[in-house]
Design a protein around this ligand. Structure first.
Ligand code: A2H
Length: 253
């Protein structure tokens, strides 16, 4: 675990279409605001490869007014942090419009900024921690072993996970290339370490470590505005570009 503040990027994923259950729960509570799931990531340069977004099914999420026009879905814990980071219109104050369980958000269609797939779905992940980031994880299966293993679980057992198979049908796309693992780092590591599912936490922790180091120190972008540039340089450029376009904001904890 990192010591000292962790600098995340909060990715704003606008709700394009609520799941039927969420629609009923949210209706009339948001005052006409646009609603965004906010995913916390340490890898903004990989956002081109988003294929879905993950929530924890038993996590309680709040819908918080950022201002008169926008509301953000995240944990109360994250909203409290955001309130002191200039994210909301009134500093230090939280305006919770309503609350919703993760299981009800699953199946909602959302916009994934910068992704080659402009619209993707919200899916369940077992290992989402309510105590880290925003409790919302955007999924990049090309470069995150956790995301890839979870996506494969969902495809294998759609019924068990109570999802429509079409929601998990977006294939991983190449985002960056490394000399050792090519342009599908996470799938290569999942295979190499014989990871069978999101439940293989020990091997996944090792794969995550390798993927992160390999991508950061040896990766070259193969997609987007900074294609051909080293990940080390592209990382902050992609982040700045997303923030400038209003698709993201800085989030620390
Ligand atoms: B990362 P750290 Cl491509 N529960 O974003 C579980 N995981 C969470 C989380 C939560 N509440 N909040 C964020 N995360 C994930 C992209 C990515 C990430 C890639 C590769 C590796 C990677 C796409 N998912 O993370 O414990 C988010 O996934 C491995 C470092 O604070 C976030 O960045 O170091 C990362 O874990 C933050 O983990």
């Amino acid at each position: 675990e990192a010591i000292g503040p962790q600098e995340y990027t909060g990715i704003k994923m606008e709700i394009v279409e609520w799941s039927p259950e969420a629609k009923t729960a949210i209706a009339d509570k948001i005052g006409g605001r646009k609603v965004f799931l906010v995913a916390a990531t340490l890898r903004p340069e990989t956002m081109y490869g988003q294929t879905n977004c993950f929530v924890g099914t038993s996590i309680k999420y709040g819908v918080f007014a950022a201002n008169d026009k926008e509301a953000y879905v995240c944990t109360l814990r994250a909203a409290r942090n955001m309130a002191f980071q200039g994210t909301f219109d009134v500093r230090g104050q939280i305006n919770q419009l309503t609350e919703i369980e993760g299981s009800k958000i699953v199946g909602s269609k959302i916009a994934a900024p910068f992704s080659v797939y402009p619209e993707v779905y919200v899916l369940p992940m077992e290992n989402v921690l309510a105590t880290k980031g925003t409790g919302v994880v955007t999924s990049v299966p090309s470069d995150s072993p956790d995301d890839y293993a979870t996506l494969m679980d969902l495809r294998k057992k759609a019924e068990y996970y109570k999802i429509d198979p079409s929601w998990a049908s977006f294939d991983p796309v190449p985002v960056l290339r490394t000399p050792t693992y090519g342009d599908m780092t996470a799938p290569a590591l999942v295979k190499k370490l014989k990871i069978n599912s999101q439940k293989d936490k020990t091997q996944l922790a090792e794969a995550k470590e390798i993927a992160y180091k390999e991508g950061f120190y040896s990766g070259i972008m193969v997609v987007g505005e900074f294609s051909g540039e080293p990940v080390q340089e592209a990382k902050n450029k992609v982040r700045a570009s997303m923030i400038e376009k209003g698709f993201a904001f800085a989030y620390a904890e």
